[in-house]
Design a protein around this ligand. Structure first.
Ligand code: CTP
Length: 435
């Protein structure tokens, strides 16, 4: 018996083919099956030979309550011509985790096992979640393979950063099962509501055109993105900072570059790799961010200010480490420039997008900032939620437009949300052209 979520999910009744390849994160795929089923989806698992070294077929069979495919040549009776039958049945295919070896095979179009064969035979949207050691992930060959897959309309679910099974730390961790399920759920939700995608089975997301190719609607546009927090030094060893990880801004930069834009990413101190094709300018303080942004502003077509900028800095910066004394220490803080407000005042042709990270009265405060800073859009973000805001890989926002529009995408990955924001920007640019 399947358990169906209380509020009908966009995954209800969908057939999801889950490909599991041979990485340590294969164990997380078990929870993906469980979560998909709780949302009412039918899950069909295909395991590669490598995957069977990490998790048994029996586990997936029990969790999915369906046969698990492991071998192309085994005599099985549940499907007519197995890879074709599953490929046709699928509403979506998710490969999680996807190893470097799998990515290489898929990028070349090899079809030497049940999973790669099914991928070639399906017309359903395909989502691939790479997971591996950071060095393997960052290797130019792996990145090339990922780009190749992306350019063919395959949705890449970016890996998270953090502690990896091999003991190192960096990008390459499989996103949490809840996030992987959220990616599929938002995809079907958007398809059903026509907000992000159109059509059904062969639908592609907003970054992908009707022909399944990556959209290039921002080609020859200069997009300036800011990301991360700022550090305001107190002395040579201490600073005032905030919890921003930069994930949202980096996702926007990556998405804009994929859509053909000339992207300049002004980044505060964050621990993230520069997305392919992006020009990055590293800064530390709000003043440095101000100077870097202003230097690029005039020639920019749009500015997306995802950075969490410190509003204040210590009045004095001690030349030497501040030594402790008896009693309390009082710090005098002075105002930093409000970069976005200044951009709003100097705006000529640019489309300006701000972010409002709030913990209460989210829409009211965001609407105030939209107007006060002369913005075209503001992305209102309730940072008190655990599945949205600073360190999460997913985000749930409302995008308010200066013309009164209100876009409310469902909970989705920051990378997918980046495309929704860019859709707003591209739309506003097109409108401007008409004027
Ligand atoms: N911002 C900026 N410069 C600042 C502060 C904020 O450019 N000194 C930008 C942020 O990048 C964001 C938007 O303004 O896009 C809103 O930032 P937020 O911190 O939410 O609001 P503030 O304007 O700082 O207002 P408050 O702190 O009072 O909520």
């Amino acid at each position: 018996m399947e358990t169906v979520a209380e509020h009908p999910s966009s995954l209800l009744g969908k057939h999801i083919v889950l490909g599991v390849t041979g990485g340590i994160a294969a164990y997380k795929a078990v929870e993906v099956v469980s979560r998909l089923r709780k949302k009412g989806a039918h899950v069909h698992v295909i395991m590669t030979r490598g995957a069977q070294n990490f998790v048994t077929e029996l586990t997936f069979r029990e969790m999915s309550d369906a046969p698990v495919l492991t071998d192309m040549w085994a005599k099985v009776t549940h499907y007519h011509v197995e890879h074709i039958a599953l490929a046709q049945l699928a509403d979506a295919v998710l490969v999680a985790p996807a190893t470097a070896n799998f990515l290489a095979k898929a990028a070349c179009g090899l079809a030497d096992d049940m999973l790669t064969t099914t991928l070639l035979a399906t017309k359903a949207p395909i989502f691939v979640a790479p997971a591996m050691n950071t060095a393997m992930y960052e290797n130019a060959i792996t990145q090339e393979n990922i780009e190749k897959l992306r350019s063919r309309g395959i949705h890449i679910v970016e890996p998270a950063s953090g502690q990896l099974a091999c003991g190192t730390s960096g990008a390459g961790r499989l996103p949490e099962p809840v996030e992987l399920v959220a990616v599929l759920e938002q995809f079907f939700h958007a398809a059903a509501n026509d907000t992000l995608c159109v059509g059904t089975k062969t639908t592609e997301c907003s970054s992908v055109g009707a022909n399944g190719e990556q959209k290039h609607d921002l080609a020859s546009r200069k997009i300036l993105v800011t990301a991360g927090g700022t550090h305001e030094p107190l002395d040579p060893v201490r600073f005032l900072g905030n919890r921003s990880t930069g994930k949202m801004g980096f996702a926007v930069a990556e998405a804009a570059a994929a859509r053909g834009a000339d992207v300049v990413l002004v980044a505060g101190p964050v621990n993230l790799a520069t997305p392919a094709g992006v020009r990055r300018v590293d800064v530390l303080t709000a003043q440095e961010m101000h100077d870097a942004v202003l230097a690029e502003y005039e020639t920019a077509d749009a500015v997306i200010k995802a950075a969490a900028v410190a509003d204040y800095r210590p009045k004095e910066r001690a030349g030497q480490k501040i030594k402790k004394k008896d009693g309390s220490l009082f710090l005098e803080l002075v105002r930093n420039p409000d970069i976005l407000k200044e951009l709003g005042e100097r705006k000529t042709h640019q489309i300006l997008v701000g972010f409002a990270a709030e913990t209460e009265h989210v829409l009211e405060y965001a609407a105030g900032k939209l107007q006060k800073k002369n913005l075209d859009f503001i992305v209102a973000n309730d940072v008190s939620r655990t599945d949205a805001g600073f360190s999460a890989d997913t985000n749930c926002v409302t995008i308010l437009g200066c013309d009164g529009t209100k876009t409310q995408p469902p909970l989705m990955s920051k990378r997918a949300l980046a495309d929704v924001i860019l859709d707003c920007v591209a739309g506003a640019m097109a409108e401007k052209r008409k004027d």
